[in-house]
Design a protein around this ligand. Structure first.
Ligand code: SME
Length: 402
């Protein structure tokens, strides 16, 4: 099933797109597709159909001023890399709200300049994007823009560029930015590509933590015939390989975690070592967790203890933040969305939900065990129950003296 969709940018411009849905029951893994320079999403319709036939929803759109035939508002004289990045941000944010979308299986896909734009935006959504598929991504654009800028040339592929196109593009530190995305990336590039030499994808593969580069021998810029089919098949396989079946996600095996934790810390007479190992074990065992650690109560303040994740605030007064509130009420607190918790203390800006379990020793609060997730509503009642069980194991392996 196909339907048109309109996204609205902050400046009021309409971004026109098309959704191609599988015939089965959702939610579906979903690909958000970004077209290349001067093109339109309609160039990719046959690929969109193939994804949908394979059970993958395909969301495609025209960049504002993305090409002479763009259905979206704006002209090519207003389009540059930054404006396309803005367009894609709007499309991603809105797509993540659509009902048919499996929120844990959203992929970015782009060809040529759309590939570069996808790669540049992906780090901002790194917890929401399950993977990226980049067909001959145009990581050459900053270099080409610098050359054009130095020559005073403002045209590319016979098209007049926006006045600031070169200057904005040449200052983008592409490889530095894209490497912040740590999920899986599939790049497909022809070794006869004259417009974007394959070496640009080679360099990207080296900076990415988890990227594969499929080389299509003899293929140039833009695939056709067998190359197009091979790229399509590899891309659909990549999506299927990188989305876990619904129902097998986020579920932590608390029995296994309890056994591992007991084996690790029981009978070890060193509190800091036990808390450090417990933080590491929990962090490793749970998906979608970006901070796992402990705070110890000292007087009227919680003091940062062993943890995994980004550096965190050192002192939290009792009654403040989620942690201090959990101490005050002596109960576990599950925060579905930290933005809605008054007084939440942000440590990692990526955190969107949190669970804090108080730890007790001899009837008194010893401290808290805090877990953060970049996903809203990450922690279920089963997690609360499981993590409280884990807390009781930890309580046995800590001593108030150290
Ligand atoms: N968010 C916590 C602070 C600790 S960090 O998340 C590690 C709070 O509001 O208490």
């Amino acid at each position: 099933m196909k339907e048109r969709i309109t996204f609205i940018k902050g400046n009021g411009y309409r971004i026109e797109g098309m959704i191609n849905l599988p015939d089965s029951q959702g939610p579906f893994p979903t690909v958000i597709f970004s077209h290349g320079f001067g093109a339109t999403f309609r160039n990719f319709t046959h690929h969109a159909d193939a994804f949908a036939r394979s059970g993958v929803a395909f969301v495609a759109f025209d960049f504002c001023g993305g090409g002479p035939d763009s259905l979206s508002d704006g002209s090519m004289q207003e389009m540059n890399i930054l404006s396309e990045m803005d367009d894609l941000r709007v499309v991603i944010e809105k797509t993540l709200e659509l009902e048919f979308v499996d929120k844990e299986a959203v992929f970015l896909m782009g060809e040529s300049m759309g590939g570069m734009v996808s790669a540049l935006v992906a780090p901002e959504f790194k917890y929401a994007i399950a993977g990226q598929i980049l067909w001959y991504p145009a990581f050459v654009i900053p270099d080409d823009s610098r050359k054009r800028f130095e020559k005073g040339d403002n045209t590319a592929l016979g098209i007049q560029l926006a006045p600031d196109f070169n200057e904005t593009a040449m200052n983008i530190d592409v490889y530095n930015i894209i490497s912040e995305y740590t999920g899986p990336v599939l790049m497909i590039h022809g070794d006869e590509d004259k417009l974007v030499p394959i070496s640009y994808s080679g360099k990207a593969q080296r900076v990415y933590k988890n990227a594969a580069l499929t080389v299509l021998h003899g293929a140039g810029h833009g695939f056709d015939g067998d190359d197009s089919m091979a790229a399509q098949t590899a891309s659909i396989r990549f999506v299927q390989a990188n989305c876990n079946p619904v129902g097998e996600r986020r579920i932590t095996d608390y029995n296994l975690l309890s056994q591992s934790l007991i084996a690790l810390i029981e009978d070890v007479p060193h509190t800091i070592a036990n808390l450090a190992n417990a933080a590491a074990l929990i962090y490793e065992a749970m998906v979608d967790v970006n901070w796992a650690g402990f705070y110890k109560l000292k007087g009227e303040k919680l003091i940062l203890g062993p943890f995994q994740g980004k550096p965190a605030c050192i002192e939290i007064p009792v009654g403040h933040g989620v942690c201090g509130t959990a101490v005050k009420i002596r109960k576990t607190i599950v925060v579905e969305d930290v933005h809605n918790f008054p007084g939440h203390i942000p440590c990692d800006s990526a955190s969107r939900s949190e669970i804090v379990v108080p730890l007790f020793k001899n009837g008194k609060v010893y401290g808290v065990r805090d877990l953060d997730s970049p996903k809203v509503n990450r922690f279920t009642p089963e997690d609360k129950e499981g993590l409280e069980r884990i807390a009781s194991i930890i309580e046995k392996a800590i001593s108030c003296e150290d």
